[in-house]
Design a binder for this molecule. Structure first.
Ligand code: IFM
Length: 454
């Protein structure tokens, strides 16, 4: 693998997954705090009340980022820290992100900030959350404060992280906060998230006249049919519509896919929530496109499923999440985006894997994660050889953290966190990533030996 000098390497986290400091310095509760309290929703009822205690240990975490040698660090702001109540700004909340941003810059690390990575304040949820169109205005209040206070120091903005998860896992499947299972709510929630994205892009460019690059991050899963049968092809089309096109089409083409509107109409009472002009706003041009890639999907027809598809048996090697390891399909995905959707610079804003890590004599030999990272970086390098213009890669995640409904049971970090002591231990994958970054991929895999001796 090989990366040119302009390619940026980074690592990523999000507020609720690492910060802790649940009610400190004016923060109020988010829907994840309350969701975690509901029995059966999160593994062993874990929660993010302490998480990695990053709120108090951010200096140590910055030093780790610096030692990795990455140019950029992607993190998100906690909305209930900044607006603990509707319309009430918490100066201490925004001060934390100012301090973090300044310190990153002082250490030579460029901050990439995500405005929404799922921690909706409870006050907003109590007024209907994302299902309420007013959520767009509440989100714009958050965006405005962040732009006012942080834009001069920020390297890039991401409006939303994975609206598929926040919308469909949160309001349709119920696996994420707020835990609803209502497709009508889900499509409304997604619409308001996407609308708030478009308006936040417009605000930065028009009201703030800012040149800071801004984009959205979608989690995309290339879908394959188990067989060539018409039924399985239909299943794959629907799964692709549900996972990918419902987000890609509005953002890049200014329309929802009509086949999926039809399919969803069994549950969606009416599409009257799409107001005149909304779709143009959603498709407001961005400066880059963020993609979170983890796995592919293999599906087959199922009459029992709402949208006629279900996961099919796959014999691929799996990560600790049970997800197929599929770097070739990653390439298919990017080629398809180039062919069908966009010429914008692409950033892989998340990629990584959970495995069952064990600390042995103070070391974590996570060879499977090393292999996963190398394969996916090789794919990025290959894609760039084909002219696909992937300009950066953020490894998920800097450190083990609160993995949503899986609590602390799943570890995605390249730095191990002992959640009893808060000790951070570099895994082999961290050493290997540092080596790749240092040599810009221009070296054979040897699990980071030159960095190991540093
Ligand atoms: O931990 C999550 C992250 O918050 C969003 N993208 C996927 C990661 C792994 O599941």
């Amino acid at each position: 693998m090989k990366f040119n000098d302009n390619f940026v390497f980074g690592t990523a986290t999000s507020s609720y997954q690492i910060e802790g400091a649940r009610l400190e310095e004016g923060r109020s509760l988010s829907i994840w705090d309350t969701f975690c309290d509901v029995p059966g929703k999160v593994y062993k009822q874990h929660n993010g009340s302490i998480a990695c205690d990053h709120y108090h240990r951010f200096e140590e975490d910055i030093q780790n980022i610096k030692q990795l040698g990455v140019e950029t660090y992607r993190f998100s702001v906690s909305w209930p820290r900044i607006f603990p109540q509707k319309g009430v700004l918490n100066p201490e909340g925004i001060a934390f992100y100012k301090k973090l941003t300044k310190r990153l810059i002082e250490e030579g690390i460029k901050p990439a900030i995500t405005l929404y990575h799922w921690d909706l304040p409870v006050w907003a949820h109590e007024e209907g959350g994302w299902v309420n169109r007013e959520s767009v205005e509440w989100f714009l209040d958050l965006a405005r404060v962040c732009y006012e206070e942080l834009d001069t120091d920020v390297d890039s903005w991401i409006t939303h992280n994975e609206p598929w998860c926040a919308g469909f896992l949160g309001y349709h499947q119920g696996f994420h906060a707020p835990g609803h299972t209502n497709m009508d709510e889900a499509v409304r929630a997604v619409h308001h998230m996407l609308l708030s994205h478009g308006k936040a892009v417009e605000m930065l460019k028009n009201e703030f006249q800012s040149k800071t690059p801004i984009g959205i991050t979608l989690n995309l899963t290339p879908i394959y049919a188990k067989t060539d049968s018409v039924n399985d092809q239909l299943a794959a089309n629907n799964a692709d519509g549900y996972s990918n096109r419902w987000f890609l089409d509005p953002v890049f083409k200014g329309q929802y896919p009509v086949d999926m509107m039809n399919l969803f109409s069994k549950y969606v009472h009416s599409y009257d929530f799409i107001e005149q002009g909304d779709m143009e706003i959603i498709a407001t041009p961005c400066d880059f496109f963020g993609i979170n890639y983890y796995s592919r999907g293999l599906v087959e027809f199922s009459a029992a499923n709402d949208f006629l598809h279900r996961g099919a048996y796959s014999d691929y090697d799996k990560t600790g999440m049970g997800w197929d390891i599929a770097p070739n399909e990653f390439k298919d995905l990017i080629r398809r985006l180039r062919a069908e959707y966009t010429d914008l610079p692409i950033f892989i804003t998340e990629n990584g894997a959970a495995f069952d890590d064990v600390v042995e004599n103070g070391r974590v030999h996570d060879q499977e994660r090393v292999d996963y990272i190398e394969k996916h970086l090789q794919a990025v390098s290959d894609l760039n050889d084909e002219g696909m213009n992937v300009q950066g890669y953020y490894l998920w995640s800097l450190m083990d953290n609160f993995e949503w409904s899986f609590g602390y049971d799943k570890r995605f970090g390249i730095i191990y966190v002992d959640f009893d002591t808060q000790e951070r231990i570099w895994k082999d994958s961290a050493y290997r990533y540092a080596e790749i970054v240092k040599n810009r991929g221009n070296q054979k895999s040897n699990t980071g030996t030159d960095v190991l001796s540093v």
